[in-house]
Write a new protein. Structure first.
Length: 182
């Protein structure tokens, strides 16, 4: 049993392998469908249900017929783009908007982790962009355990950042993306 467990694989490596398997599965399903196979027969061949076979074929057809620039990004990165309506923008405009964030701000997004951040950084680098350097915290003296002891405030806690608690969703989107002046 232990011979089946991959040794020293990172979550990123596992995700890349899983995506490669999914892509292979989509290609096989689409080829079978183009050869006239039914969804039930495709499902039997791929060891999935009829409905799952239909979903796989439909996704393969969409990716073939209407590719989008964000199709290769991981789901969590894509969810971030969708939440801030950056997925509807041209790719370079979305990349410029994301490049205005720092790594801590990006990692502070809900359900966004190191692997999604690494994928976004790689995507930005393909456009010659990178994330902003981290903003240093401000030194404050309130809410400390000892009177007068300095406490570092995290940038996400301040009211100065784009994702501050007092900003509404519309203000956050405006900060992320400002259309180029014409």
């Amino acid at each position: 049993m232990h011979h089946r467990i991959p040794i020293a694989t990172t979550p990123t490596e596992r995700r890349i392998r899983r995506e490669a398997r999914s892509e292979t599965l989509r290609e096989r399903a689409l080829a079978l469908r183009q050869d006239g196979w039914t969804y039930a027969a495709i499902g039997g061949m791929l060891s999935v249900s009829l409905e799952r076979a239909r979903q796989i074929v439909k996704k393969a057809e969409r990716l073939r017929d209407q590719p989008r620039w964000h199709d290769k990004l991981p789901t969590r990165a894509l969810n971030f783009l969708r939440n801030y309506e950056l997925d509807i923008l041209p790719e370079i405009d979305a990349a410029r908007a994301v490049a205005r964030l720092s790594r801590p701000e990006l990692l502070g997004m809900p359900n966004f982790g190191k692997n999604a951040c690494a994928a976004v950084v790689a995507w930005l680098s393909r456009h010659g962009l990178k994330l902003q350097p981290p903003k240093s915290g401000r030194l404050i003296y309130e809410h400390s355990t000892e009177p007068g002891a300095p406490v570092w405030e995290r940038p996400s806690d301040s009211n100065l950042g784009p994702l501050a608690a007092d900003r509404n969703e519309c203000e956050q989107r405006t900060w992320l993306y400002t259309p180029p002046a014409t």
